[in-house]
Design a protein around this ligand. Structure first.
Ligand SMILES: *Cc1c(COP(=O)(O)O)cnc(C)c1O
Length: 220
């Protein structure tokens, strides 16, 4: 299948309420344009430098999502145009995102990234750390970030029951945070979970955003 065919077959296999973030990291602008022309408008990148370059080379109605580990000193480069940051993993980072959003007179959508996998190489918060952020006075005073939901990456394993359990855990965190901190608003509604190998399970477990690279663009 070529890129356009992959996009169309994905769209057919995914319920309408689930957004597809096409993960274009390491892929050239030409490949992204093929996906764009097939109707894909949301793209995800995990390196600031690549994202900034691609943003400048692609149509302005592309919705860019940042999905990788983000260093605070690089937030300023993406703040003017980024639509979602999936990888908020500290109060410090959130503070910086808010500060840059103020400068750009924007509201930046953010997802709290949780550590749900067994590997300790993956970034992310524990539930306790997330609650410290959301309960802090500091957070109450931020006005240019919108916490739109949560994100997590499952373990790198063939065992789909392990993966399913991790997605259930993330869903549980989502429900809990929603009831404790966001019951009065519906802006907290996204569950970013599921990649090429596990997106169907993620959707069964409540995902609203799947981040798919390989199944669209081929191997990296
Ligand atoms: C690379 C990446 C993906 C996409 O992975 P595929 O297996 O190629 O679909 C999704 N999420 C994050 C955070 C990534 O870094």
């Amino acid at each position: 299948m070529n890129i356009a065919e992959s996009i169309r077959s994905l769209q057919r296999s995914i319920p309408g309420h689930v957004k597809i973030v096409a993960v274009s990291k390491t892929k050239p602008v030409e490949a992204i344009l093929q996906a764009y022309e097939a109707g894909q408008k949301i793209f995800g990148e995990n390196k600031v430098q690549d994202l900034v370059l691609k943003h400048s080379q692609l149509p302005s109605d592309v919705e860019w999502h940042f999905i990788g580990h983000l260093q605070t000193n690089k937030v300023k480069y993406i703040s003017p145009f980024i639509r979602f940051i999936h990888s908020i993993d500290s109060l410090n980072l959130l503070t910086e995102v808010d500060k840059e959003a103020v400068k750009n007179n924007r509201i930046t959508n953010c997802l709290l990234q949780f550590h749900i996998a067994t590997e300790d190489t993956k970034f992310g918060l524990s539930l306790e750390e997330a609650e410290l952020i959301l309960g802090s006075e500091h957070f109450t005073n931020m006005h240019n970030v919108r916490i739109a939901g949560v994100m997590g990456m499952s373990s790198f394993t063939e065992d789909m029951e392990v993966v399913r359990k991790e997605f259930k855990t993330l869903y549980g965190y989502f429900r809990l945070l929603k009831s404790r901190y966001f019951y009065h608003t519906d802006s907290f509604r996204e569950l970013s979970m599921g990649m090429s190998g596990d997106y169907l399970i993620a959707i069964e477990e409540g995902s609203t955003m799947v981040r798919i690279g390989t199944s669209i663009f081929g191997n990296r």
